[in-house]
Design a protein around this ligand. Structure first.
Ligand code: HEM
Length: 477
């Protein structure tokens, strides 16, 4: 009797599981009618994960969006959407997928990027949005001082020296250093900022000509790519001490840190001091990595295309020569077009950005998506929509000189909506200024592009973390 009951129980379980994980997702799920590129996608997310692991997911999505249209099913409860309408509906208000929780630092300390909950995120974002606003950054005397220090005093001498001795340089690494120096100055104040650029990555060792016969690669094996947690926390601790003891601000104040620190210190009931420091460090470390990677990747690929075209370089040089205000480069058309086109073809944040459908579900492109459906778009795919960007694989900055509204709406370099990149204007200021400093003074050409091909991963940078360019003084410089 017991055996019979067990067999019936097992049979019922088998029927339930077959229905739940096989029959329902294939035939009865509201997603069943959505075009599905591979039958495995009906029953498992592992197929798209496998493709992602093989770096084939982006091209797979592109192929099937071209074949099936703006909405495709890529898992039992996951869809990919590729349309301006999709961006509008999904990215204005939907919560992030729990996927993002992996981006916390210091064993789970929250930061803005990793926070999924809508309410908690808006509180965090409000604290910092003012100091990243375009108008604030454009007017800021501190940004001017930092730009002058990082570009005029640190980068320009390095470029001049490289040109004089004709030593090639790994621009990906050099501009990671520029971005880290700039961000750390804005976060912690100029006096506490890192000094990687002029030291060429050799910590505590002034740059000097004896190293010049080598192609520039950092010999410092500390992991700059992921700013170490302990260093970031130590900087936060030292800066907090300076604020608490009312030490003089120094050349520029610790703008980002001070904002976060004062907001967290004012909370009621009060937070433990260590929690405040760790929360600040988690946010600042995340932003520092975003700066270092996003800015260096964009500059690397902009310089890659410029290095392939002497004509494009001379057009840019002529535009730079005509500009009147080094602190406001936002109105140079070719410069902006170059940056837009680089972020179109080489978006650093290329991967799918998953969101969750709300408790009431969502109707998208005439399909009902039940609650908790994962919905995602990818800039890699959006930016290759050939009806919007003809000949999408070609780098053509001129396409932006007279851009249609549709081109602008489909461009997604910094995301959109409530979770759009908070650092977009900050990044653009650094990228513009870097290109002006380089191409206003020197010309570049490709020496070694091995390892510069872009990965097809969530954060997409040069596979070998390098692009080696030659540098020579531009005519008349
Ligand atoms: C060219 C450089 C950059 C690119 C291409 C870029 C791109 C992006 C994209 C696409 C997102 C949305 C990601 C998603 O929803 O999954 C994002 C979010 C974010 N970025 Fe950037 N970013 C850049 C530079 C920066 C910089 C310099 C900072 C720091 C100051 C920064 C801080 C952030 C933060 C905090 C978020 C999360 C915003 C939120 O959740 O509300 N990014 N970025």
């Amino acid at each position: 009797m017991n055996l019979l009951l067990s067999l019936i129980g097992l049979g019922a379980l088998a029927v339930f599981l077959t229905y739940r994980y096989l029959i329902y997702p294939i035939f009865f799920s509201p997603l069943s009618k959505i075009p599905t590129p591979n039958p495995l996608c009906y029953i498992t997310d592992h197929f798209s994960r496998y493709l992602s692991w093989r770096e084939q997911e982006f091209d797979w999505l592109l192929k099937y969006h071209r074949q099936y249209g703006p909405l495709i099913r890529i898992g039992p409860t996951s869809v990919s959407v590729n349309s301006v309408e999709g961006l509008r509906q999904v990215y204005t208000s939907l919560e992030k997928h729990p996927f993002y929780a992996q981006f916390t630092n210091y064993n789970g300390m929250p930061n803005m990027f990793a926070t999924v909950d809508h309410q908690r995120h808006s509180v965090q974002k409000r604290v910092l949005s003012g100091i990243y606003a375009k108008s604030y950054l454009q007017r800021s005397e501190d940004i001017k001082s930092i730009s002058q220090d990082v570009f005029d005093q640190r980068l320009t001498p390095v470029l001049g020296h490289l040109a004089d001795i004709q030593r090639p340089v790994n621009v990906f690494e050099l501009f990671q250093f520029v971005a880290i120096d700039f961000y750390s100055a804005y976060a912690f104040g100029l006096d506490r900022s890192t000094h990687l650029t002029e030291n060429h990555g050799h910590e505590n060792r002034p740059y000097h000509a004896a190293d010049s016969r080598y192609i520039y690669e950092s010999k410092d094996r500390r992991d700059h790519s992921w700013f170490p947690e302990d260093e970031c926390l130590a900087l936060c601790r030292a800066t907090a001490k300076g604020i608490d003891e009312k030490q003089p601000a120094g050349s520029t104040p610790p703008i980002i840190f001070e904002k976060m620190y004062s907001s967290l210190s004012a909370q009621n009931p009060p937070l433990p001091h260590d929690t405040i420091l760790l929360t600040c460090a988690s946010e600042l470390r995340d932003e520092l990595i975003a700066s270092q990677e996003g800015i260096a990747i964009t500059l690397t690929y902009a310089m890659y295309h410029l290095s392939k075209s002497a004509h494009l370089q001379s057009r840019l040089r002529a535009e730079i020569a005509s500009s009147t205000d080094i602190n406001d480069l936002s109105s140079l058309p070719l410069l902006n077009a170059l940056i837009h086109e680089t972020l179109r073809l080489h978006a650093p944040g290329a991967g799918r950005q998953p969101r969750l459908s709300p408790p009431s579900g969502l109707t998208l492109h005439n399909h009902y998506l039940p609650p908790n459906t994962s919905i995602s778009s990818s800039s890699y795919v959006l930016h290759r929509t050939s009806s919007v960007y003809p000949d999408p694989e070609t780098f053509n900055p001129d396409r932006w000189l007279d851009a249609s509204e549709e081109m602008k709406r489909c461009w997604w370099g910094f995301g959109s909506g409530g979770r759009m990149c908070i650092g977009n204007h900050f990044a653009e200021i650094i990228i513009r200024r870097a290109l002006v400093e380089v191409y206003g003074r020197v010309e570049t050409w490709i020496v070694d592009e091995k390892g510069s091909e872009q990965t097809k991963t969530f954060l997409a940078g040069p596979r070998g973390r390098r692009l080696v360019l030659g540098v020579g003084r531009a005519k008349g410089q």
